[in-house]
Design a protein around this ligand. Structure first.
Ligand SMILES: Nc1nc2c(c(=O)[nH]1)N[C@H]1C(S)=C(S)[C@@H](COP(=O)(O)O)O[C@H]1N2
Ligand SMILES: [Mo]
Length: 383
C-alpha cells in the first residue's frame, strides 16, 4: 500500500499562448473604445435628464435626432462591450493566481485597482442590460447608482491604463517590442480568437441595434423592444392603465389644460384643437435604447406661452394627470420651450393619441430623452 502523500494546495497551470499581454492589449483597447463611447454618451444622457443649473435653460434642441443617436450608441456600445469584457477577463484571469499574491504595497494597490475596475465594469454592464429589459431586481434606484459607478469605472480604467502604459506600448503593434520582450507575435490562434470576438460583437450588435436603427429592425431578434410594435405603431413604456388614467370618454369630459403665467388660462380639448396645429416628425428616444420616429401634430408650446405672455427666457414646468410616477412632472428650458418643433401633441400619425401614448395631450420635443416626453399633460406653468 502506498502511503498517502500530504496534500499541497495546487495552483492551476496555464500554458495557453493566448493568455498573454498581446491578447490583453488587443482586446483591452477594443474594450476601452466601447467603454469610452458608453461613458461619453452616458454623460450626455445624464446632463439632458438632470441638467446642472447653468445650462438647464439653454440645452440644445438640435439636431432633432441628437439624443436618439447618442442613446442608441450608449446601449449599443454597452452591449458590444459584453463579449469584449468576457474575452479580456478570460485572457488575463490566470493572473488571479500569481504567487506571492502581494509582492509590495504598489503591487497590492495595483491589484486592488484592477478589482475595482473589474467589479465596476461587470456592474455597469449587468445593470445596464437588465435596465434595457426593464427588470430591476435590486433595492437601489438604477439611474443614480449606474451613473456613480460609471465614474468609478472611468477612474479605475484611467488608473489601470496609466499603470499598464509601458506594457500596452510594448504590445501595441503586431510584433511586441520595447523593453518587455515577450514571445507575442500574432499567430493563427490569436487571429482566430480575434475573429471570433469580432463575430460575437457583430452578432450581438446586429440582433439588438434594430431597436433604434430602423433599417435593421427586421433583425432585431434579441432587443426587448421593436420600434414598430405597440399601439399606433409605436412602443409604450408606461401604459394608461399603469398610470391610473381613466377611460377615454371620461378623460375627454373632465380634462382641462391649465396654463399659468402672467395671463393664466384654461382650455378644453375642443378649444385646444381649434388653435393653429403644427405637424412635426420627431423620434421618441427612450433611455433604454429603443427609439422610433413618428409624425405628431398639435399646438406649439411656443404659442401656448405667448398666449399667457410668458417672457421669452421663461422655463416651464409640465405636469401629467398621472397621480404618481417618476415622470409625472418635467421641466423644460427656454431653448426647447421656444423651439417651433416642440408641441403639445394631440395626434399621432394623423389619429387622436391613443390612451397609452398620452391621450388627450402629450409633449413631443426635439433632441430630448423619452422620459421627458411627458404624457397625459394637464398643466403648464411658467417658472
Ligand atoms: N406622464 C408620463 N409620461 C411619460 C412616461 C411616464 O411614465 N409618465 N414615460 C416616458 C418614457 S420613459 C418614454 S420612453 C415615453 C414613451 O412614450 P410612448 O409610450 O408614447 O412611446 O414616454 C414618456 N412619458
Ligand atoms: Mo423611456
Amino acid at each position: 500500500m502506498t502511503p498517502r502523500l500530504p496534500r499541497r494546495p495546487s495552483l492551476p497551470v496555464f500554458s495557453g499562448a493566448l493568455h498573454d499581454a498581446r491578447t490583453a492589449t488587443v482586446t483591452g483597447r477594443l474594450l476601452a473604445a466601447a467603454v469610452a463611447v458608453c461613458f461619453v454618451t452616458g454623460l450626455v444622457s445624464h446632463v439632458l435628464q438632470h441638467p446642472p443649473a447653468w445650462p438647464a435653460n439653454g440645452l440644445p434642441s438640435r439636431p432633432v435626432w441628437g439624443y436618439r443617436v447618442s442613446q442608441g450608441l450608449h446601449v449599443a456600445s454597452g452591449i458590444a462591450a459584453v463579449p469584449l469584457l468576457l474575452t479580456k477577463l478570460w485572457a488575463v484571469y490566470p493572473r488571479l493566481f500569481v504567487r506571492p499574491a502581494v509582492r509590495s504595497v504598489r503591487h497590492a494597490l495595483e491589484r486592488l485597482s484592477v478589482a475595482v475596475l473589474v467589479a465596476s465594469a461587470l456592474f455597469e454592464l449587468f445593470t445596464g442590460l437588465l435596465n434595457i429589459a426593464q427588470w430591476y431586481p435590486w433595492p437601489f434606484s438604477f439611474v443614480p447608482v449606474h451613473y456613480a459607478v460609471g465614474w468609478l469605472l472611468m477612474g479605475s480604467l484611467l488608473l489601470h491604463l496609466a499603470v499598464k502604459a509601458p506594457e500596452i506600448a510594448a504590445h501595441w503593434g503586431r510584433r511586441s517590442s520595447g523593453t518587455l520582450a515577450l514571445p507575442a507575435e500574432d499567430g493563427p490562434d490569436r487571429r482566430s480568437l480575434l475573429a471570433a470576438v469580432g463575430a460575437a460583437v457583430g452578432a450581438v450588435t446586429v440582433v439588438t441595434a434594430g431597436q433604434s436603427v430602423t433599417p435593421l429592425r427586421h433583425l432585431d431578434l434579441l432587443a426587448p423592444r421593436h420600434p414598430g410594435h405597440g399601439p399606433q405603431g409605436l412602443p409604450v413604456n408606461r401604459t394608461a392603465a399603469a398610470a391610473g388614467i381613466g377611460p377615454r370618454a371620461e378623460v375627454r369630459e373632465r380634462w382641462r389644460l391649465t396654463v399659468t403665467g402672467p395671463l393664466p388660462y384654461t382650455l378644453t380639448l375642443d378649444e385646444l384643437a381649434a388653435m393653429e396645429q403644427a405637424r412635426v416628425t420627431l423620434p421618441i428616444a427612450c433611455v433604454e435604447g429603443w427609439s422610433a420616429s413618428a409624425e405628431w401634430s398639435g399646438v406649439r408650446v411656443r404659442d401656448l406661452l405667448e398666449r399667457t405672455a410668458a417672457p421669452p427666457s421663461a422655463r416651464i414646468r409640465v405636469t401629467s394627470m398621472e397621480r404618481r410616477g417618476a415622470y409625472r412632472v418635467m421641466e423644460m428650458g427656454r431653448t426647447h420651450a421656444r423651439d417651433p418643433l416642440t408641441l403639445l401633441a394631440l395626434r399621432l400619425h394623423g389619429e387622436e393619441l391613443s390612451p397609452d401614448h398620452g391621450y388627450p395631450a402629450r409633449i413631443i420635443a426635439p433632441n430630448r430623452p423619452g422620459v421627458l416626453q411627458t404624457k397625459w399633460v394637464t398643466r403648464l406653468e411658467v417658472l
